[in-house]
Design a protein around this ligand. Structure first.
Ligand SMILES: Nc1ncnc2c1ncn2[C@@H]1O[C@H](COP(=O)(O)OP(=O)(O)OP(=O)(O)O)[C@@H](O)[C@H]1O
Ligand SMILES: [Mg+2]
Length: 324
């Protein structure tokens, strides 16, 4: 709808993807050993957490730039693919090669096989250049999004450093990562974190079996000052959003799933798009779930489109959970 395109975020969003990828997706009748598997419908998409978030935000009309380290050959391809999609992007040169990921849809079963190839090893000066870029960023920045895994050579406190640099620039950090880099950034204190259940279990070391457990764990992070907002995405069970004053819950929408690739990234982008526009948390959660759902509609790394997301957001039933 025209209204959303003219809704401008107040400032700019920078996404930082330490370990971007060229996402190759294709389809074959059946995945079997030894024989050549003839593939069709090949796509090459720019990929990696923050790159995906920037692609979706750009479609939605946000002012967003993707920052990423780029290897000599595939890094150039990544840049070309982003340029073609009209995603403003900044590639910081690195010596080793950008990684590829490879997704195969098996037509006979509808199953997807996802192969993630190893990424490059970064030198200290190479990852530091990402932090320095934020440190030296002259124009106003509202949000910095850190998303995805860390390549070899990058210290676990990379996103914590990014959070510090963002804060010093008056920007808020949105984070979607896992393991020790997630824990270190939360120690620093950030604006929004979007774990899934597996990532939250790993972070807390708890089994988190019931909805009560999930709510409690998410709110505990908020009350400990680790994050202002905790958006816990729950796959086919939807999502919940914990804030200081409230906890909201939205069930998933029933849709036919073509691919779950990029659901988490589309969730983050759609939620941030509403938050950056000053919308209430209820709406931000509805858009997050809608964005994640919109990403399921097409195979491969298509990610969410705005018209699908807007339509689906109207169907998401958000309710308030009692405070713990
Ligand atoms: N199987 C599903 N059925 C319905 N909705 C889903 C399903 N999977 C994902 N979603 C929607 O997408 C959102 C994000 O998905 P999910 O929780 O799987 O993120 P994630 O684990 O971070 O995914 P990713 O693999 O992209 O990192 C969910 O909150 C939900 O709204
Ligand atoms: Mg995820």
């Amino acid at each position: 709808m025209a209204a959303s395109r003219s809704t401008q975020t107040r400032g700019a969003i920078l996404t930082v993807t330490p370990n971007p990828a060229i996402d190759v997706s294709t389809a074959t009748q059946a995945v079997t050993p030894e024989h050549k598997l003839r593939c069709t419908d090949v796509r090459r998409d720019p990929g990696g957490g923050g790159i995906n978030v920037a692609r979706v935000l750009t479609r939605f009309g946000a002012r967003c730039t993707a920052l990423y380290p780029a290897g000599p050959i595939l890094g150039r391809l990544l840049r070309e693919l982003l340029d073609r999609e009209g995603v403003p992007n900044i590639a910081l040169d690195i010596a080793e090669e950008t990684r590829e990921s490879f997704t195969v849809l098996e037509r006979a079963s509808g199953r997807e096989f996802r192969f993630v190839l190893p990424g490059p090893q970064l030198e200290p000066g190479e990852w530091q250049a990402c932090i320095d870029f934020v440190d030296r960023h002259a124009a106003p920045l509202d949000f910095v999004v850190g998303s995805g895994s860390l390549p070899a050579g990058v210290p676990d406190d990379f996103f914590a450093r990014l959070a510090r640099a963002a804060r010093e620039r008056g920007a808020r950090l949105v984070l979607d990562t896992s393991g020790p880099p997630l824990a270190a950034a939360l120690e620093e204190g950030i604006y929004l974190v979007k774990p899934n259940l597996r990532e939250l279990r790993e972070l807390t070391g708890e089994a988190l079996e019931t909805e009560d457990d999930w709510t409690h764990a998410a709110q505990a992070l908020v009350h400990a000052g680790r994050a202002e907002l905790v958006a816990l995405s729950l796959g086919h069970r939807g999502a919940l959003l914990a804030a200081r004053e409230q906890c909201l819950r939205a069930p998933a929408l029933p849709v036919e799933i073509a691919s779950t690739v990029g659901a988490g990234d589309s969730f983050v982008a759609a939620m941030l798009w509403r938050l950056a526009s000053g919308s209430p948390l209820v709406e931000a959660l509805a858009w997050g779930v809608a964005g994640g759902t919109a990403a399921l509609l097409a195979p491969g790394t298509r990610l969410a489109f705005e018209d699908d997301t807007r339509r689906l957001a109207g169907q998401v039933q958000v309710c308030a959970l009692p405070e713990r």
